[in-house]
Design a protein around this ligand. Structure first.
Ligand code: HEM
Length: 427
């Protein structure tokens, strides 16, 4: 979806807006709509032609409440709009689709291996993957940034999960199909079939990897052996959680990269600041996350009759927390439509809030900081050489095509040539 900087919201009829329509995010711009909702309709109910309905919350305070308060808003019935009106087979089996205490029993042991400290040792390997990603820039030709940004997280997830390198391209394709089944670029059949095919192939693949053959030194092996509140996870729970890790990393990280690069291209003075001051890398990454909000929404269902934003919510009703909107809320962010690589404070909700706060956030931050640190060190300027195309999805705010050319900085040739050499060696 486009990311406007004006935030103007004139002439919008909220009743005519379809926030469910995946196409709206491919060609439209939800930001002016969300701005109007934050101002005039902070809890907005939409009913689909088939009778299903959901309540949208758009203010920072309400989005964080819905994401955090599992006593009023459960994750067990699924957390994305695509499950609206149905049930989630992963309910109570997968981290993302469970509530405490079931959730806590799975989450605590996983926190130990997904922390900054635990992942410190991975940094040199992730940095090599950054160089491999940027290596093609050396030839000065067109670089398909969106494709490169898709391959990079799959490479570091592969490392983490112990997946064979030759499977990664296929897994990246299936992961995008699973989160954007409506997008023609990833279509392999009818829309409905696409989702089923992606799920079937991913689950079949992961089910085969779960077991003693998973090995000890990777995340799947850890899930097999870990103590989840006094018991081992069952086979189906391990498969669901492996799926969640794979999707969690690969549905979101590519789009954070592409949207941040696009913002840096559109705001060259911000890229200049970053190039000149490597100390800004961490805050630039956070601003990129706020700006992109790659996980556009998460869904909950009301556990009891309750209220949000002064509006009654019926027991069982679906409530959508629009993260992309919360991250532009002027009551929290000064001048929210300004892209500022030095923004501080920046308490964005791109990784969610509360018990489900993204467990992959430390890994994502390590990878994004290494990537943008190296980009600023090696690349003087990036220019678009074709149209930027956005993903058709109400869940992932994504970029699927973004051809660019780069002007390199002094010394970059050597680094990238070494990485190119490494890319040529079969692994
Ligand atoms: C830029 C990158 C990422 C973004 C924007 C992102 C965003 C999010 C958000 C918003 C949530 C909260 C979901 C909810 O409240 O229901 C979440 C949860 C989760 N993420 Fe991420 N994520 C990213 C990277 C990753 C990575 C690298 C991994 C895995 C290695 C991952 C795995 C997960 C998992 C398993 C959960 C569920 C956690 C739980 O329910 O306790 N994510 N992510």
């Amino acid at each position: 979806m486009r990311i406007t900087s004006s935030g103007l919201s004139a002439d919008i009829d909220l009743d005519a807006i379809d926030l469910f329509d995946p196409g709206f995010y491919a060609t439209g711009d939800p930001h002016p709509v969300w701005k109007l909702m934050r101002e005039k309709a902070p809890a907005h109910r939409q009913t689909l032609p088939d009778g299903r309905s959901f309540l949208s919350v758009t203010r920072y305070a309400d989005v964080s409440t819905v994401l955090r308060d599992h006593t009023r808003f459960t994750s067990r019935r699924g957390t994305v709009l695509s499950v609206l009106g149905g049930t989630d087979p992963a309910g109570n089996k997968m981290l993302a689709a469970s509530d405490p205490p079931v959730h806590t029993a799975m989450r605590e042991p996983l926190n130990r291996v997904m922390s900054f400290t635990a992942l410190e040792a991975q940094k040199p390997r992730v940095k090599r993957l950054v160089h491999r990603m940027l290596a093609p820039l050396a030839d000065g030709g067109t670089f398909e940034l969106a494709a490169a940004a898709t391959a990079f997280p799959m490479a570091f997830t592969g490392l983490l999960m112990g997946l064979p390198e030759e499977d990664l391209d296929d897994l990246a394709r299936l992961a995008t199909m699973a989160v954007a089944p409506e997008d023609a670029m990833f279509q392999e059949g009818e829309v409905g079939e696409n989702l089923v095919t992606a799920h079937h192939e991913l689950f079949e693949y992961l089910a085969e990897r779960v077991g003693p053959s998973a090995g000890q030194d990777n995340l799947i092996g850890y899930l097999v052996g870990m103590d989840a509140g006094g018991r081992r996870l069952r086979h189906d729970e391990i498969v669901f959680n492996s799926y969640s890790m794979l999707l969690g990393a690969n549905a979101t990280t590519p789009h954070s990269i592409a949207a941040t690069v696009l913002a840096l291209i559109e705001h060259p003075e911000q890229y200049a600041r970053l190039r000149e001051d490597p100390e800004l890398v961490a805050s630039a990454v956070e601003e990129g996350l706020r700006w992109a909000s790659p996980a556009n929404h998460f869904l909950r269902h009301a556990v009891t009759d309750t209220e949000i934003a002064g509006t009654p919510v019926r027991r069982g009703e679906a409530v959508v927390a629009w993260i992309g909107s919360a991250n532009r809320d002027a009551s929290v962010f000064t001048d929210p439509y300004r892209f500022d690589v030095g923004r501080s404070p920046n308490r964005h909700l791109a990784f969610g809030w509360g018990p489900h706060y993204c467990i992959g956030a430390p890994l994502a931050r390590i990878a994004l900081r290494l990537l943008f640190g190296e980009l600023a060190r090696l690349v003087e300027r990036l220019e678009p050489v074709g149209e930027v195309e956005h993903l058709t999805s109400n869940f992932i705010a994504g970029i699927k095509r973004m051809p660019v050319v780069a002007t390199l900085r002094a010394g970059a040739d050597e680094v990238l040539a070494a990485a190119n050499e490494e890319n040529r060696v079969p692994r």
